[in-house]
Design a protein around this ligand. Structure first.
Ligand SMILES: Nc1nc2c(ncn2[C@@H]2O[C@H](COP(=O)(O)OP(=O)(O)OP(=O)(O)O)[C@@H](O)[C@H]2O)c(=O)[nH]1
Ligand SMILES: [Mg+2]
Length: 317
């Protein structure tokens, strides 16, 4: 069995459907970039560079991809423009899989950390709460005992929204009233989770902290309080980024990774956007792995990010 055999037909369909706008966007641009050309030459490569940059891949990653393709073209002498997408697919896949992070095969948790504590961060509206709901669903489906903590106490609706997800998924939630101390909610959640033998705890946090110092202080406080209950918590600081904002997501990743020790990324809302290329840039640029991608608002619309499947879906197999 191949290592990608876990990638089911349904998952592939969700991915293909989710990425369809990005795919259309990239292909229509490539078609224009090679119009009237039969062979990949400098002009085609220049156009291709522009295609990738305007498809939100990011400048650095684009330059890497172009230089790889240049080498291939120089080596193979004559590359037809028809072969270009296959070449792109191969070189992007190779570039991404050369990163030192391996793809996780499925939603899984390390055995030796119990409860495994995930703190979810990101600016408002990116899809934190939704991603938590989807993650809780996947872990529960995998037979795990899940606890949610509503540490986004900034507004009443935030707590309510997580309560709704907890009911949909059928997992317990720990909350306090709006405006209460997020660190105190995190403490209560971890305490309950520990007493009740939870496997995983997912903590929602507020995105609406206006400056970096505030944000850092708040997150540090939550982390420190968690450690009183589970000394090595949080095990995962998951930064959620809205993929439909393109380069903005990239900027947010830069700022958050500077503010706190983010060690996993989730890129959401890849469905319905033509900016899905941003995942390629983010995955190449940050040493932090893109762990999950969001492909819709539904409970099943979260996938473990698989670089090869992602590139295959964008450029065809
Ligand atoms: N299409 C699509 N919509 C999504 C996805 N993930 C989240 N959303 C939608 O994005 C909106 C915001 O999501 P939330 O989960 O509330 O975002 P948040 O980061 O918790 O926002 P705040 O609590 O305000 O900070 C909601 O309408 C979600 O349904 C996704 O992968 N695809
Ligand atoms: Mg929220």
């Amino acid at each position: 069995m191949g290592i990608f055999s876990f990638f089911s037909k349904e998952k592939k369909e969700t991915l293909d459907k989710g990425l369809s706008k990005t795919k259309e966007n990239v292909f229509s641009k490539i078609t224009r970039a090679v119009a009237g050309k039969s062979k990949v030459d400098d002009e085609v490569l220049d156009n291709l560079e522009e295609v990738l940059i305007t498809s939100d891949v990011g400048v650095d990653t684009t330059l890497k991809i172009i230089s790889r393709i240049e080498k291939r073209v120089a080596k193979d002498k004559y590359v037809t423009t028809q072969e270009l997408t296959a070449l792109l697919r191969e070189e992007i896949a190779a570039l991404l899989t050369e990163n030192n992070t391996d793809d996780a095969e499925m939603f899984s948790l390390p055995e030796d950390k119990k409860p495994y504590v995930i703190m979810v961060v990101g600016v408002n509206g990116v899809g934190k709460t939704t991603t938590i709901g989807k993650l809780a669903y996947q872990f529960k489906k995998a037979g795990k005992n899940v606890y949610l903590g509503a540490a986004d106490t900034f507004r009443a609706a935030a707590v309510e929204q997580l309560v709704i997800w907890s009911e949909r998924v059928g997992v317990p939630i720990v909350k306090q009233k709006m405006g209460s101390d997020p660190a105190s909610v995190a403490f209560d959640t971890l305490s309950s989770a520990k007493v009740n033998g939870a496997d995983v705890v997912i903590i929602d946090t507020a995105g609406r902290l206006h400056n970096k110092i505030n944000l850092m202080n708040e997150l540090t406080k939550i982390k420190n309080v968690m450690k009183k209950v589970v000394p090595d918590a949080p095990h995962e600081i998951l930064l959620v980024l809205d993929g439909s904002t393109g380069q903005n997501a990239f900027e947010q990743a830069k700022q958050f990774t500077a503010a706190t020790e983010v060690n996993a990324l989730a890129v959401t809302k890849l469905d319905g956007t033509a900016k899905g290329g941003v995942v390629i840039g983010i995955s190449d640029h940050f040493r932090i792995p893109v762990k999950y991608i969001g492909l819709g608002e539904g409970i099943e619309d979260l996938q473990v990010f698989n670089k090869k499947e992602f590139v295959n879906s964008l450029f065809g197999e």
